[in-house]
Design a protein around this ligand. Structure first.
Ligand code: SAM
Length: 469
């Protein structure tokens, strides 16, 4: 938690100018105990069903039916088996407003330009019901890996994950997307409540530099939106230079875009044109979330619509599997599955077998981390199912399932990567907790070999209790 006294004097002065009498409650909220949010993954369970079984006390986030504020307990929500099963994502409540504002629809083509670690991506995916195309891009390779991990855990099957520059995407895909999200890197003032490093790194110079980068990013993002499509700009900072200032410059340079005045729950403040020189009066239509007016550490949003109406040509992906890979995959499906995923979009990328939602001609030549749902890999002439396949299957679709109650010690043993005993027929077994998949195991001579990827194992996890130290 950040200490109030460590806030830079210049930051306090600036906030005082804008907030006036509200500065007291604002600082109190910023320095008070940080309460994170929990967003239920509606791809796997509906919010009420989760609430009924939730091990944590929850209170609703007013603007997000699947969002809750986590009340403090001794439990570690990031290490619970339900977390490993992708039943929820720990996300700041103010970040949950992005999906509400961008409002992606099933079947649409949506791009998240700065996506890691994947909070907003996985929310958009759930709202799209795993249909259409969701491209999630992250410029930093290491962060892109975390994005892939979260997309997999949450059971997202229609996402293409990239590690590209926004400029390369804009050159390649002008006008392709119905909706684009730019959750921009920023000076992170909204992170002050939980990240002392954000406080230390803050300076007015950093605010200015961030604003420069944000203007460039928003310009590239605009090229990717189809006529009639939407662009949502988001930051988790309060500085007007990075918020109203960036959108003001954008409106002046892009007369084909207009600011949308979205539906506004009572905790949503308006934008403040008066906080930037010569600010466009339309900036009142932007949205500000403050830490002292509702749950969450604060966000800024501006929803922009591009004029026109021109649905672009978007070729459908064909199945394109070499015979050897097809035979190996089919053999696995016969052996392990009652119900196999659809065959459209099946492709081989490296040694990985994927189901891509997007014709490969569109993404070939780009730095692709995952061209779609990762089903598994081809090793010699065999198919080995991937973790992403396990995480998005329904247990009923699999022949052999070890479905464990939450309090069964084998749940933690499996998550630690240990082998399990049991009378199993040779072959693939889906391990699940209360009907929600955790990963694969392979039965061999009565033992279950644990196939949970090393990165997913919770090795240090002895109990569900939080460390008291
Ligand atoms: N949308 C994410 C979520 O909800 O989990 C958070 C995104 S974070 C606010 C901003 C992201 O922008 C970071 O992952 C960062 O690596 C990325 N980024 C930094 N510089 C960038 C640049 N020049 N172009 C594109 N993305 C950049």
């Amino acid at each position: 938690m950040a200490e109030r006294l460590t806030f830079p004097a210049r930051f306090l002065e600036r906030m005082q100018t804008w907030l006036g009498a509200e500065i007291g409650p604002f600082l109190q909220a910023l320095t008070g105990p940080y309460r994170t949010g929990l967003r239920v993954n509606t791809l796997k369970i509906d919010p009420e069903a989760f609430r009924a079984r939730s091990p944590f006390p929850l209170s609703p986030v007013p603007w997000c039916p699947e969002g809750f504020v986590l009340e403090a307990t001794g439990l570690r929500p990031g290490r619970h088996p339900y977390h490993a099963a992708g039943l929820y994502y720990l996300q700041d409540p103010s970040a949950m407003a992005a999906a509400l504002l961008l409002d992606p629809q099933p079947g649409e083509w949506v791009l998240d330009l700065a996506a890691a670690p994947g909070g907003k991506t996985t929310h958009l995916a759930a709202r799209m019901r795993n249909t259409g195309v969701l491209v999630a891009n992250e410029i930093h390779p290491r962060r892109a890996t975390v994005l892939a991990f979260n997309v997999e855990r949450m059971g997202v099957t229609h996402a293409v994950l990239l590690n590209e520059t926004p400029q390369r995407l804009a050159e390649r895909w002008a006008g392709l997307f119905d909706r684009v999200l730019v959750d921009a890197p920023c000076s992170g003032e909204g992170m002050f409540a939980r990240d002392p490093e954000a406080v230390r790194a803050w300076s007015v110079e950093r605010v200015r530099r961030s604003a420069g980068l944000q203007k460039a990013l928003l310009h590239e993002a605009a090229r990717l939106v189809r006529p009639g499509g939407c662009l949502l700009y988001a930051t988790c900072t309060f500085a007007p230079e990075e918020n109203e200032g960036v959108v003001d410059a954008f409106l002046k340079a892009h007369p084909d875009f207009d600011l949308v005045d979205p539906p506004r729950p009572s905790a949503f403040d308006r934008g403040h044109p008066e906080w930037v020189d010569g600010g466009d009066p339309r900036l009142v239509r932007a949205v500000r979330l403050w830490p002292h007016r509702g749950p969450g550490h604060g966000h800024f949003y501006a929803l922009l619509r591009r004029a026109g109406e021109a649905p672009p040509h978007r070729p459908r992906p064909e199945s394109d599997l070499p015979g050897r890979a097809r035979r190996a995959y089919k053999a696995f499906c016969r052996e392990a599955l009652r119900e196999a995923p659809g065959e459209d979009g099946l492709i081989l990328h490296g040694d990985g077998l994927y189901r891509t939602p997007m014709a490969p001609t569109l993404w070939r030549g780009l730095r692709v981390l995952r061209p779609g749902w990762w089903l598994g890999r081809i090793r010699k002439d065999r198919f080995e199912p991937g973790h992403a396949l396990a995480m998005a299957l329904r247990p009923e679709a699999v022949h052999q399932v070890l479905d464990l109650p939450l309090d069964d010690p084998r749940v933690l043993a499996y998550l630690r990567g240990e082998p399990l005993e049991g009378p199993w027929r040779e072959g693939w077994v889906l391990v699940a907790v209360e009907g929600f998949p955790l990963g694969w195991a392979r039965a061999d001579h009565g033992r279950l070999k644990n196939l949970l990827p090393t990165a997913v194992r919770i090795i240090r996890w002895g109990t569900l209790e939080e460390d008291r130290a």
